[in-house]
Design a binder for this molecule. Structure first.
Ligand SMILES: [Zn+2]
Length: 353
Protein backbone atom coordinates (compact mmCIF):
# COMPACT_ATOMS: atom_id res chain seq x y z
CA UNK A 1 0.00 0.00 0.00
CA UNK A 2 1.61 3.27 -1.10
CA UNK A 3 1.03 6.60 0.59
CA UNK A 4 -1.59 7.75 -1.88
CA UNK A 5 -3.58 4.53 -1.50
CA UNK A 6 -3.42 4.88 2.28
CA UNK A 7 -4.67 8.43 2.22
CA UNK A 8 -7.51 7.43 -0.06
CA UNK A 9 -8.57 4.54 2.18
CA UNK A 10 -8.58 6.55 5.39
CA UNK A 11 -10.43 9.47 3.77
CA UNK A 12 -13.05 7.02 2.50
CA UNK A 13 -13.43 5.40 5.93
CA UNK A 14 -13.92 8.81 7.53
CA UNK A 15 -16.55 9.85 4.96
CA UNK A 16 -20.24 9.26 5.75
CA UNK A 17 -21.79 6.92 3.14
CA UNK A 18 -25.05 5.40 4.44
CA UNK A 19 -27.13 3.69 1.73
CA UNK A 20 -28.64 6.30 -0.56
CA UNK A 21 -26.29 9.00 0.76
CA UNK A 22 -22.97 7.76 -0.65
CA UNK A 23 -21.90 10.79 -2.64
CA UNK A 24 -19.21 12.08 -0.20
CA UNK A 25 -17.50 8.70 -0.68
CA UNK A 26 -18.07 8.60 -4.43
CA UNK A 27 -16.40 12.02 -4.78
CA UNK A 28 -13.26 10.59 -3.14
CA UNK A 29 -13.28 7.49 -5.36
CA UNK A 30 -13.72 9.64 -8.45
CA UNK A 31 -10.83 11.93 -7.51
CA UNK A 32 -8.56 8.98 -6.72
CA UNK A 33 -9.23 7.07 -9.94
CA UNK A 34 -9.50 9.95 -12.41
CA UNK A 35 -5.79 9.75 -13.43
CA UNK A 36 -5.99 5.97 -13.92
CA UNK A 37 -9.33 5.37 -15.67
CA UNK A 38 -9.93 6.05 -19.35
CA UNK A 39 -13.51 6.93 -18.58
CA UNK A 40 -15.17 7.81 -15.31
CA UNK A 41 -18.76 8.74 -14.57
CA UNK A 42 -21.49 8.67 -11.97
CA UNK A 43 -24.94 7.43 -12.95
CA UNK A 44 -28.40 8.63 -11.97
CA UNK A 45 -28.59 6.01 -9.21
CA UNK A 46 -25.33 7.25 -7.66
CA UNK A 47 -23.01 4.43 -8.78
CA UNK A 48 -19.51 5.42 -9.84
CA UNK A 49 -18.12 3.70 -12.95
CA UNK A 50 -14.38 3.81 -13.71
CA UNK A 51 -13.33 2.02 -16.88
CA UNK A 52 -10.03 0.82 -18.33
CA UNK A 53 -9.99 -0.22 -22.01
CA UNK A 54 -13.64 0.78 -22.61
CA UNK A 55 -13.45 -0.43 -26.24
CA UNK A 56 -12.84 -4.06 -25.21
CA UNK A 57 -15.47 -6.46 -26.58
CA UNK A 58 -15.42 -8.70 -23.48
CA UNK A 59 -16.61 -6.78 -20.43
CA UNK A 60 -15.57 -7.52 -16.86
CA UNK A 61 -17.36 -5.81 -14.00
CA UNK A 62 -15.73 -5.36 -10.59
CA UNK A 63 -17.97 -4.19 -7.82
CA UNK A 64 -17.40 -2.99 -4.26
CA UNK A 65 -20.24 -1.29 -2.44
CA UNK A 66 -19.64 2.21 -1.20
CA UNK A 67 -22.59 2.31 1.19
CA UNK A 68 -22.37 1.61 4.90
CA UNK A 69 -24.97 1.06 7.60
CA UNK A 70 -26.61 4.16 9.01
CA UNK A 71 -29.53 5.61 10.92
CA UNK A 72 -32.25 7.87 9.53
CA UNK A 73 -34.10 10.57 11.46
CA UNK A 74 -37.79 9.65 11.45
CA UNK A 75 -39.30 11.83 14.16
CA UNK A 76 -38.51 14.74 16.48
CA UNK A 77 -40.51 14.98 19.70
CA UNK A 78 -41.59 18.12 21.54
CA UNK A 79 -38.57 17.93 23.88
CA UNK A 80 -36.17 17.90 20.94
CA UNK A 81 -35.23 14.20 21.07
CA UNK A 82 -34.84 12.39 17.75
CA UNK A 83 -36.11 8.92 16.87
CA UNK A 84 -34.26 6.99 14.20
CA UNK A 85 -34.66 3.94 11.97
CA UNK A 86 -31.84 1.70 10.84
CA UNK A 87 -30.57 1.90 7.27
CA UNK A 88 -29.40 -1.65 6.60
CA UNK A 89 -28.80 -4.47 9.08
CA UNK A 90 -27.87 -2.53 12.21
CA UNK A 91 -27.54 -4.67 15.37
CA UNK A 92 -29.65 -2.60 17.75
CA UNK A 93 -28.23 -3.82 21.11
CA UNK A 94 -24.89 -2.20 20.23
CA UNK A 95 -26.28 1.30 19.88
CA UNK A 96 -26.99 2.64 23.39
CA UNK A 97 -24.37 5.08 24.60
CA UNK A 98 -22.81 5.48 21.16
CA UNK A 99 -22.02 8.95 19.88
CA UNK A 100 -23.22 9.69 16.39
CA UNK A 101 -23.07 12.40 13.78
CA UNK A 102 -26.15 13.48 11.85
CA UNK A 103 -25.23 14.67 8.37
CA UNK A 104 -27.60 17.57 7.86
CA UNK A 105 -27.71 20.13 5.07
CA UNK A 106 -26.16 22.66 7.46
CA UNK A 107 -23.28 20.36 8.38
CA UNK A 108 -22.50 17.64 10.90
CA UNK A 109 -24.64 17.59 14.07
CA UNK A 110 -23.21 15.54 16.96
CA UNK A 111 -25.40 13.58 19.33
CA UNK A 112 -25.62 10.59 21.62
CA UNK A 113 -27.96 7.62 21.77
CA UNK A 114 -29.28 7.98 25.31
CA UNK A 115 -29.19 5.33 27.97
CA UNK A 116 -30.86 5.15 31.37
CA UNK A 117 -28.33 4.96 34.24
CA UNK A 118 -27.71 1.36 35.25
CA UNK A 119 -28.46 2.32 38.89
CA UNK A 120 -32.04 3.12 37.96
CA UNK A 121 -32.69 -0.02 35.93
CA UNK A 122 -34.66 -2.82 37.51
CA UNK A 123 -33.21 -6.35 37.37
CA UNK A 124 -35.07 -7.19 34.17
CA UNK A 125 -33.90 -4.03 32.39
CA UNK A 126 -30.29 -4.73 33.38
CA UNK A 127 -30.36 -8.19 31.85
CA UNK A 128 -32.26 -7.46 28.63
CA UNK A 129 -30.64 -5.56 25.80
CA UNK A 130 -32.70 -2.94 23.99
CA UNK A 131 -33.72 -4.57 20.71
CA UNK A 132 -36.36 -2.14 19.40
CA UNK A 133 -35.33 0.99 17.55
CA UNK A 134 -38.40 2.83 18.89
CA UNK A 135 -37.06 2.36 22.43
CA UNK A 136 -33.95 4.39 21.60
CA UNK A 137 -33.68 8.16 21.45
CA UNK A 138 -31.00 10.48 20.12
CA UNK A 139 -30.04 13.50 22.21
CA UNK A 140 -28.46 16.37 20.26
CA UNK A 141 -28.61 18.79 23.17
CA UNK A 142 -31.56 20.74 21.76
CA UNK A 143 -33.95 22.23 24.35
CA UNK A 144 -37.09 21.66 22.30
CA UNK A 145 -38.47 20.56 18.95
CA UNK A 146 -38.05 23.99 17.32
CA UNK A 147 -34.36 24.09 18.20
CA UNK A 148 -33.81 20.52 16.98
CA UNK A 149 -35.59 21.35 13.72
CA UNK A 150 -33.17 24.23 13.20
CA UNK A 151 -30.35 21.69 13.06
CA UNK A 152 -31.84 18.50 11.65
CA UNK A 153 -34.45 17.58 9.05
CA UNK A 154 -36.49 14.38 8.80
CA UNK A 155 -34.71 12.04 6.38
CA UNK A 156 -31.22 13.15 7.43
CA UNK A 157 -28.91 10.20 7.99
CA UNK A 158 -26.44 9.57 10.77
CA UNK A 159 -23.35 7.47 11.25
CA UNK A 160 -21.78 6.22 14.49
CA UNK A 161 -18.93 8.52 15.49
CA UNK A 162 -15.93 6.18 15.21
CA UNK A 163 -12.67 6.94 13.45
CA UNK A 164 -10.40 4.18 12.07
CA UNK A 165 -7.71 2.73 14.36
CA UNK A 166 -4.66 0.77 13.29
CA UNK A 167 -3.60 -2.26 15.31
CA UNK A 168 -0.58 -4.59 15.07
CA UNK A 169 -0.30 -7.14 12.22
CA UNK A 170 -1.69 -4.62 9.69
CA UNK A 171 -5.07 -4.97 11.36
CA UNK A 172 -7.50 -2.11 11.20
CA UNK A 173 -10.74 -1.39 13.02
CA UNK A 174 -13.30 1.01 11.62
CA UNK A 175 -17.00 1.38 11.04
CA UNK A 176 -18.22 0.52 7.56
CA UNK A 177 -15.22 -1.52 6.44
CA UNK A 178 -18.23 -3.35 4.96
CA UNK A 179 -17.74 -2.48 2.26
CA UNK A 180 -15.51 0.51 1.86
CA UNK A 181 -12.55 -1.90 2.12
CA UNK A 182 -14.05 -3.67 -0.92
CA UNK A 183 -14.22 -0.37 -2.80
CA UNK A 184 -10.57 0.13 -1.90
CA UNK A 185 -9.69 -3.35 -3.23
CA UNK A 186 -11.46 -2.92 -6.58
CA UNK A 187 -10.01 0.59 -6.97
CA UNK A 188 -6.50 -0.80 -6.38
CA UNK A 189 -7.18 -3.64 -8.81
CA UNK A 190 -8.17 -1.06 -11.43
CA UNK A 191 -4.98 0.94 -10.78
CA UNK A 192 -2.92 -2.23 -11.24
CA UNK A 193 -4.56 -3.28 -14.53
CA UNK A 194 -4.43 0.30 -15.86
CA UNK A 195 -0.61 0.02 -15.88
CA UNK A 196 -0.75 -3.00 -18.20
CA UNK A 197 -2.69 -3.58 -21.36
CA UNK A 198 -5.72 -5.71 -20.45
CA UNK A 199 -7.33 -7.58 -23.38
CA UNK A 200 -10.77 -7.00 -21.86
CA UNK A 201 -12.77 -3.92 -20.84
CA UNK A 202 -12.62 -3.45 -17.07
CA UNK A 203 -15.60 -1.68 -15.54
CA UNK A 204 -14.99 -0.94 -11.87
CA UNK A 205 -18.09 0.06 -9.98
CA UNK A 206 -18.30 1.68 -6.58
CA UNK A 207 -21.90 0.62 -6.10
CA UNK A 208 -24.64 2.14 -3.94
CA UNK A 209 -27.44 0.79 -1.74
CA UNK A 210 -26.10 -2.75 -1.31
CA UNK A 211 -27.13 -2.90 2.34
CA UNK A 212 -30.78 -2.30 1.47
CA UNK A 213 -31.07 -4.91 -1.28
CA UNK A 214 -28.12 -4.90 -3.74
CA UNK A 215 -29.79 -2.04 -5.56
CA UNK A 216 -26.79 -0.23 -7.08
CA UNK A 217 -25.19 -3.35 -8.55
CA UNK A 218 -28.56 -4.20 -10.09
CA UNK A 219 -28.72 -1.02 -12.20
CA UNK A 220 -24.96 -0.84 -12.83
CA UNK A 221 -24.84 -4.39 -14.19
CA UNK A 222 -27.77 -3.66 -16.47
CA UNK A 223 -25.91 -0.67 -17.92
CA UNK A 224 -22.56 -2.45 -18.31
CA UNK A 225 -23.96 -5.75 -19.59
CA UNK A 226 -20.85 -7.62 -18.41
CA UNK A 227 -19.81 -11.11 -19.50
CA UNK A 228 -18.23 -11.68 -16.13
CA UNK A 229 -18.60 -9.90 -12.81
CA UNK A 230 -16.72 -10.12 -9.52
CA UNK A 231 -18.01 -8.55 -6.33
CA UNK A 232 -15.62 -7.81 -3.50
CA UNK A 233 -17.13 -7.66 -0.04
CA UNK A 234 -16.22 -8.55 3.51
CA UNK A 235 -16.56 -12.20 4.54
CA UNK A 236 -16.90 -13.94 7.89
CA UNK A 237 -13.63 -14.43 9.74
CA UNK A 238 -14.02 -17.27 12.23
CA UNK A 239 -10.87 -16.71 14.28
CA UNK A 240 -12.42 -15.08 17.35
CA UNK A 241 -13.46 -16.85 20.56
CA UNK A 242 -17.09 -17.83 19.96
CA UNK A 243 -17.14 -18.07 16.15
CA UNK A 244 -18.26 -21.37 14.67
CA UNK A 245 -16.52 -22.54 11.46
CA UNK A 246 -19.14 -25.31 11.13
CA UNK A 247 -21.56 -22.59 10.03
CA UNK A 248 -19.62 -20.98 7.18
CA UNK A 249 -16.19 -22.63 6.91
CA UNK A 250 -12.97 -21.35 8.41
CA UNK A 251 -11.30 -18.03 7.64
CA UNK A 252 -8.76 -15.95 9.52
CA UNK A 253 -7.53 -12.35 9.36
CA UNK A 254 -4.33 -12.21 7.34
CA UNK A 255 -5.01 -15.69 5.93
CA UNK A 256 -5.71 -14.26 2.47
CA UNK A 257 -8.79 -13.29 0.49
CA UNK A 258 -11.69 -15.74 0.61
CA UNK A 259 -12.94 -17.45 -2.58
CA UNK A 260 -16.41 -18.95 -2.63
CA UNK A 261 -18.05 -21.93 -4.26
CA UNK A 262 -21.80 -22.37 -4.61
CA UNK A 263 -24.79 -21.73 -6.91
CA UNK A 264 -24.24 -17.95 -6.95
CA UNK A 265 -20.84 -18.41 -8.55
CA UNK A 266 -19.74 -19.54 -11.97
CA UNK A 267 -17.48 -22.61 -11.51
CA UNK A 268 -15.18 -21.67 -14.40
CA UNK A 269 -14.61 -18.21 -12.95
CA UNK A 270 -13.95 -19.76 -9.54
CA UNK A 271 -11.32 -22.08 -11.06
CA UNK A 272 -9.64 -19.21 -12.88
CA UNK A 273 -9.53 -17.13 -9.70
CA UNK A 274 -7.97 -20.04 -7.83
CA UNK A 275 -5.41 -20.53 -10.60
CA UNK A 276 -4.56 -16.81 -10.70
CA UNK A 277 -3.98 -16.91 -6.93
CA UNK A 278 -1.62 -19.87 -7.26
CA UNK A 279 0.36 -18.20 -10.05
CA UNK A 280 0.70 -14.96 -8.11
CA UNK A 281 1.58 -16.92 -4.92
CA UNK A 282 -1.32 -15.39 -3.03
CA UNK A 283 -2.76 -17.55 -0.25
CA UNK A 284 -6.55 -17.81 -0.43
CA UNK A 285 -9.17 -19.33 1.86
CA UNK A 286 -12.32 -21.17 0.76
CA UNK A 287 -15.84 -20.75 2.10
CA UNK A 288 -18.84 -22.34 0.43
CA UNK A 289 -22.14 -20.44 0.20
CA UNK A 290 -25.04 -22.81 -0.42
CA UNK A 291 -27.55 -20.21 -1.62
CA UNK A 292 -27.69 -16.72 -3.12
CA UNK A 293 -25.01 -14.66 -1.38
CA UNK A 294 -26.10 -11.41 0.26
CA UNK A 295 -23.69 -9.48 -1.94
CA UNK A 296 -23.50 -7.62 -5.24
CA UNK A 297 -22.53 -10.98 -6.82
CA UNK A 298 -26.18 -11.98 -6.49
CA UNK A 299 -27.49 -8.95 -8.41
CA UNK A 300 -24.74 -9.32 -11.02
CA UNK A 301 -25.48 -13.02 -11.66
CA UNK A 302 -29.19 -12.31 -12.21
CA UNK A 303 -28.70 -9.32 -14.50
CA UNK A 304 -30.43 -9.56 -17.90
CA UNK A 305 -29.98 -13.13 -19.20
CA UNK A 306 -27.36 -14.05 -16.60
CA UNK A 307 -23.74 -13.17 -15.90
CA UNK A 308 -20.83 -15.38 -14.83
CA UNK A 309 -20.40 -14.13 -11.26
CA UNK A 310 -17.85 -14.55 -8.52
CA UNK A 311 -17.20 -13.19 -5.06
CA UNK A 312 -13.89 -12.39 -3.41
CA UNK A 313 -14.18 -11.60 0.29
CA UNK A 314 -11.91 -9.86 2.74
CA UNK A 315 -12.06 -11.69 6.09
CA UNK A 316 -13.75 -9.49 8.69
CA UNK A 317 -14.39 -9.84 12.41
CA UNK A 318 -17.39 -8.20 14.10
CA UNK A 319 -19.30 -7.54 10.85
CA UNK A 320 -22.08 -4.94 11.09
CA UNK A 321 -20.78 -3.62 14.42
CA UNK A 322 -19.38 -0.09 14.75
CA UNK A 323 -15.89 -1.60 15.02
CA UNK A 324 -15.32 -4.10 12.25
CA UNK A 325 -11.80 -5.53 11.95
CA UNK A 326 -9.84 -6.60 8.87
CA UNK A 327 -6.21 -7.07 7.84
CA UNK A 328 -4.94 -4.58 5.25
CA UNK A 329 -2.76 -7.39 3.90
CA UNK A 330 -5.89 -9.28 2.80
CA UNK A 331 -7.28 -6.21 1.05
CA UNK A 332 -4.08 -5.60 -0.90
CA UNK A 333 -3.85 -9.29 -1.79
CA UNK A 334 -7.45 -9.23 -3.04
CA UNK A 335 -6.49 -6.34 -5.37
CA UNK A 336 -3.40 -8.20 -6.64
CA UNK A 337 -5.41 -11.37 -7.18
CA UNK A 338 -8.09 -9.54 -9.19
CA UNK A 339 -5.48 -7.78 -11.33
CA UNK A 340 -3.73 -11.07 -12.10
CA UNK A 341 -7.07 -12.75 -12.86
CA UNK A 342 -8.07 -9.97 -15.28
CA UNK A 343 -4.71 -9.77 -17.04
CA UNK A 344 -4.89 -13.52 -17.76
CA UNK A 345 -8.19 -13.11 -19.64
CA UNK A 346 -7.97 -13.15 -23.43
CA UNK A 347 -11.54 -12.09 -24.04
CA UNK A 348 -12.64 -15.32 -25.74
CA UNK A 349 -13.28 -17.36 -22.60
CA UNK A 350 -16.19 -19.80 -22.59
CA UNK A 351 -17.98 -19.42 -19.29
CA UNK A 352 -20.90 -21.80 -19.83
CA UNK A 353 -20.58 -24.42 -17.07
ZN1 LIG B 1 -21.24 -5.64 2.41
Amino acid sequence: MDNQARQFLFALLNAPTPSGYEQPGQALVEKYLRPHAESIRRDVHGNLHAVVNPGGKFRVMLSGHCDELGLMVMHIDEKGFLYVASVGGVYIPLLQGERLVIHSAKGPVPGVIGVKPVHLMDAKEREAAVTKMQDLWVDIGAKDRAEAEELVELGDVATIDRTPLELPNQRLIARGLDDRIGVYAVAEALRLVAREKPAVAVHMVSSVQEEIGLRGAHTAAFAIEPHLGVAVDVGFATDFPNANPKQVGEASLGGGPILHRGPNFNPIVYDRLARAAKEARIKVQLQPIQRASGTDANAIQLSRSGVAAALVSIPCRYMHSPAEMISLKDADNAARLLARFILRLKGNERLIP
